[in-house]
Design a binder for this molecule. Structure first.
Ligand SMILES: Cc1cc2nc3c(=O)[nH]c(=O)nc-3n(C[C@H](O)[C@H](O)[C@H](O)COP(=O)(O)OP(=O)(O)OC[C@H]3O[C@@H](n4cnc5c(N)ncnc54)[C@H](O)[C@@H]3O)c2cc1C
Length: 379
């Protein structure tokens, strides 16, 4: 059972998604345009500040609240949902968790109101799952870091309101010979920091994703996030939480497929009756609801463990793996229920189909989730 506060938040975001996002997002998606106006309104609603303290401009909510908002947004559209997810769990959270007081005071107030966005750059053109394979280097030269290298697929890194990107970089060698990886904040517009034009993507077409290059890019030494050499560990802990957020988002997509399929199956007639009356169709929708419901139980469970201070890694990986499968299966089934119209962009399920696949890849592929679960089982 959700608390009254959580239920009220869920209703507010549900209405916002239906009334503000749904009517306009298809057009942004078709044009591969970033929906600044919708993002601004999400900021006004307080969504970017949900799991943060009001001391820095947040809403004093929790990670569960963030998950509920992501689920309700993704039920209608995943581009705005991933913009929020990446802004909060990859953009602002590392600074909130690991930043100095000065870094927090400087960056968080604008990030938590959605006036500004931040990205997190871990993935590189040559390495993603193998995050320790980072090749980007940062060398301390006097009181500045000099960064050289590139990052691939970085969300929220090139919008007009992007304030910074935090990047992981090799800053030396540990005594055991392994790479010392640190996280460094690079403000947008820093000379030597170039943002490539947006990718041409299969889905999430109204979200912002770029390749970034750093060519003798200099930032002050105090832009180091937390201790030198802690970048890799920091990122892994951020990713573990992020899996719960992606699971909530995936659940939303899976549920959106159910919503659209019920509506369509009751309206569409074939052989003189609504297609909902064919058991083959209603069973397809029943299976979709089964997957959406169990996906929700999985992310609620992981979030509750996290908020109770328990070790939640295995459960976050289970939630991410299960819900992204559910989203993918439901998107395929919902398209089937819609017949030829399911293949048309004017119907939301066309977008759901294109947006579902990345959920099995981003923030840790399904194979990586299985590795996390297996390791936690002692295998
Ligand atoms: C739209 C979009 C937005 C993104 N946003 C961000 C962002 O904001 N910040 C960021 O840092 N990254 C971001 N990413 C990158 C994303 O997290 C990576 O694409 C993902 O982690 C997979 O890495 P990869 O693409 O390098 O694939 P690879 O790691 O090359 O994997 C290729 C295949 O090999 C498999 N594989 C790899 N290693 C193993 C193994 N040990 N065992 C079994 N199978 C294995 C993988 O599961 C996969 O099937 C984004 C990606 C996309 C597409």
């Amino acid at each position: 059972m959700l608390s009254e506060e959580h239920e009220a938040l869920r209703q507010t975001v549900r209405e916002f998604a239906r009334e503000v996002v749904a009517p306009v997002i298809g057009d942004y998606y078709e044009r591969h345009a970033f929906p600044y106006d919708v993002i601004r309104q999400m900021g006004k609603l307080g969504l970017f500040g949900l799991p943060f303290s009001s001391e820095y401009g947040g809403e004093d909510g929790d990670y569960f609240a963030l998950g509920l908002a992501l689920e309700e947004l993704a039920r209608v559209d995943s581009s705005v949902a991933i913009t929020l997810e990446a802004a909060v769990s990859l953009g602002a959270m590392p600074i909130y968790r690991f930043g100095t007081e000065e870094q927090k005071r400087r960056w968080l107030p604008k990030l938590l109101t959605g006036e500004a966005l931040a990205g997190f750059g871990l993935t590189e053109p040559g390495t993603g799952s193998d995050a320790g394979g980072t090749r980007t280097r940062a060398v301390l030269d006097g009181d500045e870091w000099v960064i050289n290298g590139s990052k691939a697929f970085i969300t929220n890194s090139g919008t007009d309101i992007t304030a910074l990107v935090t990047v992981t970089a090799v800053t030396g060698e540990k005594p055991d010979g392994s790479k010392e990886i640190s996280s460094i904040i690079v403000p947008s517009g820093t000379p030597g920091f170039t943002v490539a034009p947006g990718y041409s993507k299969v889905g999430w077409c109204a979200s912002d994703t770029h390749e970034l290059t750093f060519d003798n890019c200099r930032v002050p030494a105090e832009n180091l996030l937390c201790q030198r050499g802690r970048g890799f560990a920091q990122f892994l802990s951020i990713l573990a939480e992020g899996r719960i957020a992606i699971a909530a988002l995936s659940t939303g997509l899976a549920q959106g497929c159910v919503d659209e399929s019920i509506r369509y199956a009751k309206e569409r007639h074939a052989f003189g009756q609504p297609i909902a009356d064919f058991q083959a169709v209603s069973f397809m929708i029943a299976d979709m609801e089964l997957r959406a419901h169990t996906a929700r139980l999985a992310w609620y469970d992981a979030a509750e463990r996290m908020l109770a201070g328990q070790d939640f890694k295995r459960y976050a990986a289970i939630a991410k793996l299960h819900s992204s499968n559910a989203a993918m299966d439901n998107a395929r089934a919902a398209t089937q229920v819609h017949g030829g119209y399911g293949f048309m962009n004017e119907f939301p399920v066309g977008r759901f189909y294109r947006d579902a696949k990345i959920l099995e890849i981003g923030e840790g592929t399904s194979e990586i989730q299985r590795m996390v679960i297996a390791r936690d089982l002692g295998l």
